[in-house]
Write a new protein. Sequence first.
Length: 187
Amino acid sequence: MKISKTVYKNIHQDIIDNCRKRDIKAQFQIYRLYYRNMYNISLRIVNDSREAEDIMQDSFLSAFEKIDSYSGEVSFGAWLKRIVINRSLDSLKKKKLDLLPLEESTDLPAESDEESENEYSLKVEEIHRCINMLPDGYRIIISLYLLEGFDHEEIGEILGISASTSRSQYSRARLKLCNMLKNKGQQ
């Protein structure tokens, strides 16, 4: 029995095919379609607008250079998103900003308080401001899980940690975020 790979049918497949032919107009069309989302993804990880802009530009250049390796098993956007996330994480690693180790002690309780999380109804801008104030490791986990929709197994694979470490970091990040929101972002 032969198992076949599923090929994702992109709505912009004709543009992607032209990008494979090194068509600059097609590359610009792809850029216009995806640049804002890719910038926002990088910004949520690196928390620096200039750096996010550089990462996004480098990611597009890399994607166009490696477009022949795009197999179509996932959407083109998902493939590009993975490049942006990896480049963003590489940028953080170059700065030697590590994720907090699992064993590191925190001033937060180990278990979440669901009632206190649901008590607060806050504006989206305030939540984003508080997310940006989180330590890098926490901000990355929260962003990948809540905003980008990755599960803990995928996050573990991306960050080179176990899924249980991702869950633990997410739980700690969520508690820290809730505490920040209770205190209106004051540390």
